[in-house]
Ligand binder design. Sequence first.
Ligand code: LFR
Length: 492
Amino acid sequence: PSRADFIAVDLGASSGRVLLGGFDGERWALRELHRFPNEPVRLAGSLHWNVLTLWAEVQRALAAYARERRAPVMGIGVDTWGVDFGLLDRRDHLLGVPYHYRDARTDGQMERVWTTLPKATLYARTGLQFMQINTLYQLCSMRGDPQLEVAETLLMMPDLFHFWLSGEKRGEYTVASTSQLLDARTRTWAPDLLSALGLPSHLLPPLVPPGTVLGTLRASVAAETRLPAATPVIAPAAHDTASAVAATAGLDEGAFISSGTWSLVGAEVPEPVLSARALERDFTNEGGVGGTIRLLKNVAGLWLLEACKRQWEREGAALSWPALLEAAVAAPPFRSFVNPGAETFLSPDGMPEAIRAFCRRSGQPEPGSVGEIVRCCLESLALKYRTVLDDLEALTGRRFRVVRIVGGGSQNALLNQFTADACARPVVAGPVEATALGNLTVQAVACGLLPDLEAGRKAVAASAELRTFEPKHTDAWEAALARFKSLSGTSP
Ligand code: LFR
């Protein structure tokens, strides 16, 4: 059968990847064309995206593909995490070096904003979880910055890459929805929020829905990569989480966890949930594909362990993920818990010490060994997932029979098992490549190769290997849950 090729560029927290997706009408065959580090760079005390390196790597991957290509590429689409952006001047030149959301400049900004725009007002309008990393607070931290005075256009990071690829300046809806600058109900920009804060409100580009053909490659990119200039650039669901959930089947009876550096724990709903309870539980309403909303909670996921692992490596201990998980299995269960979402874990100097300090402060035994720390993090995550799931059921009035874990973190069998145990229901894990598959699916729908998202989700399910984890030891986990909830600083 004939095969259609699409390219997904996925800029994630541990690496950037360029993937080739071949679709034969029923299944996807995925091939990684190129993988490269995507590490923020500390420059004069601030934390930045390494945009030029990333752009060079993307072009390199496209050029390598152009050399071996047999069939034309039907689309190229980029996804990244949310909230970060670049600013262009009136000649469309990038101003400065885009910041990474873990930069400390947003410390204290939420509280400043709330004096002008109260929390309840902001929530009723945007429906977004309050996180200091949101674009709104990043912009606020730039008040008085000369870059803002000359900026003409704000592009979220995937939009910036689409602009560099195609020359088209558009704001893709799903990634725009992470900014806290979007009206959750009308699904259009809310520039008046910026004006109310004394910030320029003319920066926001025209919005397009996921699955919009933006244009074709710029002549300069075609020349550099030797891909045909007619190659389409298609906006996928440019927010990585929106792409991952677009690739997740079975959401009528299942909750999802998009698991990676962050864990996004939620459900797909038709309309935003902006109730007082949703505000109190600090849930987010992010825009999805086909008019769906992701009602979810953003939980600091494997970030805690990734940061520990990096620290241990700096100290000379090279520990693989399997070794870390084995150490956790050997450590005693249910000793101490942390709230993975506590502010102290956003960007600490030393993660293992931050974890010990949390346990100390909350009167629990300090995890000492590597195994104890890993176990503490994984158990805490699973318990946090359970509390979010309970809230989710209360908010939606639905009962979720299964939990579907997708993304890179779904390879973590121990966390999958703990999640099944803590949530007292089966976990179905996979696809690991949900984000890339979702990116490709939306492109294929845009080209008419798939009739709609539902058909796309079926094709993904047919292409991926899924594993089921049945709940065990649920009584012991219920007891642990009660202890977890009584810890101060674990709610909401
Ligand atoms: C996951 C993610 C989350 C977002 C966080 C920061 O990669 O996109 O959905 O809240 O990163 O942007």
